[in-house]
Design a protein around this ligand. Structure first.
Ligand code: APR
Ligand code: ZN
Ligand code: ZN
Length: 362
């Protein structure tokens, strides 16, 4: 039966989001309906509201979510009603040129639900990142729901669905951080802090956190940073070189998406080191680098989409580490809020007061 729920919708560009009645169809073939337990507030939700992604209003916001499978379509085999799942936006197709080449984390044809959720008057909703989860029920492609250990706290687990995974993966999957490496992370919001915990998990010897906000640097230490740099007060490139014996870091993660911090990342890495860009630039931005340095410094300049993660491989593993007390996901949950408080949470996020506000449903 079609379910009627209340969810957070962005109706028009720039306007505050609102709680609207919406209709969620029964799952069809390849689909699952999930009772959302918790959903984090992410910058991407705000970008949708501001028209920074597409103009396909109205958007059903929310995408960093964990919940319980309520029902599944006829041919769904990997998940079943009652399973505790984390939602993802990389349900791989298994059939595109990336998947065929054995690199499914680049999948170019990821699955979303085929049926549309809608407003009460029938207007189709565009779900944020193909998910939409600021509501007590949502419809996704079955591959977008990854089963994990149900003992994990939903508020913390859901955050693996987007920003925190992007950060952890940027360090481990894209940057290849390993035992004893030196890592610098520029920008310590939810994503950059993910790179810090990821680097600690991978055994990095030196983890340097760079930000312009002392609160973020303090949190970064809690996540495992061995050194912090407030780049308002000191030159981060020089300081990173100093900390790493004059050489620069093996891996530098840029987790903001600005040309000037990308440039810092470029110069703060050691010869043959790796720069990972996980921050998302805007279309008008440009970078200018001395071409000879691009060659002469060797190594790799990489981008990290969603931390090059594979939800089925990474989510259960990271949740197990979380349950063993080896991965601090709770530290990312700055506050839990009701579904009606998303607009306020956007403002707290803009002011940098939180790593993540998380909407919880009982
Ligand atoms: N130098 C250093 N740090 C900076 C600078 C700067 N010039 N400008 C901003 N910062 C810091 C902020 O103080 C903040 O702590 O960068 C951090 C950015 O964090 P958030 O705004 O919380 O963003 P986050 O959710 O971590 O996402 C970061 O990754 O996935 C992308 O779209 C996302 O581009 C965004 C980036
Ligand atoms: Zn594919
Ligand atoms: Zn997100």
């Amino acid at each position: 039966m079609v379910a009627e729920v209340q969810g957070i919708v962005s109706l028009e560009k720039g306007a505050p989001v609102s709680l609207e009645t919406m209709l969620v169809p029964d799952p069809g073939p390849g689909e699952a309906r999930v009772a959302v337990k918790a959903c984090g507030v992410c910058h991407t939700d705000l970008h949708y509201r501001e028209g920074g992604i597409t103009d396909d209003y109205p958007f059903f916001l929310g995408h960093e979510a964990a919940g319980i499978v309520e029902s599944v379509g006829p041919d769904v085999t990997k998940i079943a009603p009652g399973d505790f799942v984390i939602l993802n936006w990389r349900a791989i197709c298994g059939d595109c040129r990336a998947c065929d080449r054995g690199r499914p984390w680049y999948c170019f044809a990821t699955h979303n639900a085929t049926q549309k959720m809608s407003l009460a008057d029938g207007t189709e909703l565009s779900p944020a990142l193909g998910i939409g989860a600021f509501a007590e029920l949502t419809l996704v492609a079955a591959g977008q729901a990854t089963k994990v250990d149900s003992r994990a706290r939903p508020e913390a687990a859901g955050l693996l669905g987007c920003g925190v995974m992007a950060g952890i993966g940027a360090a481990i999957n894209t940057g290849g951080v390993g035992r004893g490496d030196s890592v610098a992370v520029i920008g310590c919001g939810g994503v950059g802090s993910g790179s810090i915990v990821g680097s600690a998990l991978a055994g990095a010897g030196t983890i340097i956190a760079v930000d312009i906000d002392d609160r973020k640097l303090e949190w970064a230490e809690g996540f495992g940073a061995t050194h912090t740099i407030n780049s308002r007060n000191e030159d981060p490139v020089e300081r990173i070189r100093e900390i790493t014996g004059g050489n620069g870091a093996d891996v530098v993660v840029e987790a903001i998406g600005l040309p000037e911090t990308y440039e810092q990342a470029f110069y703060a890495r050691d010869l043959a080191g790796v720069v990972v860009l996980v921050g998302v630039p805007t279309p008008d931005m440009k970078i200018e680098l001395p071409f000879i340095e691009v060659f002469g410094r060797g190594g790799a300049l990489k981008s990290s989409w969603y931390g090059d993660c594979l939800p089925e491989r990474d989510f259960p593993m990271l949740i197990d580490l979380y349950l063993q007390g080896r991965l601090d996901l709770d530290g990312f949950v700055s506050e839990t809020i009701g579904v009606g408080e998303v607009e306020d949470a956007f403002h707290r996020m803009e002011r940098g007061e939180v790593l993540r506000s998380v909407v919880v449903f009982d």
